[in-house]
Write a protein that binds this ligand. Sequence first.
Ligand SMILES: NC(=O)c1ccc[n+]([C@@H]2O[C@H](COP(=O)([O-])OP(=O)(O)OC[C@H]3O[C@@H](n4cnc5c(N)ncnc54)[C@H](OP(=O)(O)O)[C@@H]3O)[C@@H](O)[C@H]2O)c1
Length: 275
Amino acid sequence: MKILLLGKTGLLGSEFPEILEKAQIEFVAPSHIELDLLDFAKVDQFLAGNFFDKILYCAAYTDVDKAETERGLCERMNVKALENILTHRRPIIHFSTDYVFNAPPNFSIPEDYERKTLNFYGQSKLQAEKLLETSNVPFWNVRPSWLFGKNKENFVTKILKLSQEQDVLKIVGDQIGRPTSTKDLAEFVVQNFLLKTQEVGHFHLQNSGNPVSWAEFAKYFLKKKNWDGEIREISSDELEAKVIRPKNSVLQNTKLPENLRDWQEAVDEFLGIIL
Ligand SMILES: NC(=O)c1ccc[n+]([C@@H]2O[C@H](COP(=O)([O-])OP(=O)(O)OC[C@H]3O[C@@H](n4cnc5c(N)ncnc54)[C@H](OP(=O)(O)O)[C@@H]3O)[C@@H](O)[C@H]2O)c1
């Protein structure tokens, strides 16, 4: 088996090389500079000259706020670049997001729940999902959420840094989800989507455990760090963000026989590595 890993410098993509090596899976992982996915001619040439059993597609445009003003770039990257890759008809593991939903609170969203987006980033990822569905290419579309990992800045590392500078942190309390470890997610993907045969389709993968708000999540790991500042919970409206984000990011896995471990355990391990 030979894998093409795209997006190897990303928060999620950067977890894969070590895990693939350990599993003794052969892979090629060109960087953004080596293979710009927006250079369709170059991508075509590369894929025509190299055979891969599966593509592990971790590349994406992920800046939710900037996407509103960089709509062209966001759409080219999340939709057109994928469309170009799909013309090469290689089975693909693609990552989508909780942002394809706008579900009511206190509800775990199953994989086939009606998709409705609240912002341009979400819209581009929904377009990507629809492309996969109509492509006739075998696809496994994994929707995670709230990723944290050691290789790139994320909510945990950002809040830890802010906690060293400020005594009061204002954090949103009305967006609910489940934090997800990039390491757990990547290991699960290799075990269940590369080393095992899986029916194609959409999959929900988050760490398990009780859903929390961003504020509750921050309280959890700042308490572990014995931070004595104050977390002030604010509403999404008070944040005055330019982009509307989903209030409910609790995804239900109804298809895979196993779940990822509890997010608290994963966060504890993560803190042990980075602190
Ligand atoms: N982060 C989250 O909380 C979260 C939540 C739910 C779903 N997801 C999904 O999970 C996937 C991975 O997210 P992530 O947070 O790991 O993303 P990320 O950190 O932003 O990484 C994106 C990757 O794409 C590469 N890339 C961007 N433009 C490219 C281009 N034109 N050509 C080649 N490579 C390009 C980047 O390379 P450079 O850095 O070198 O430009 C980087 O390696 C995405 O599909 C995202 O939608 C993420």
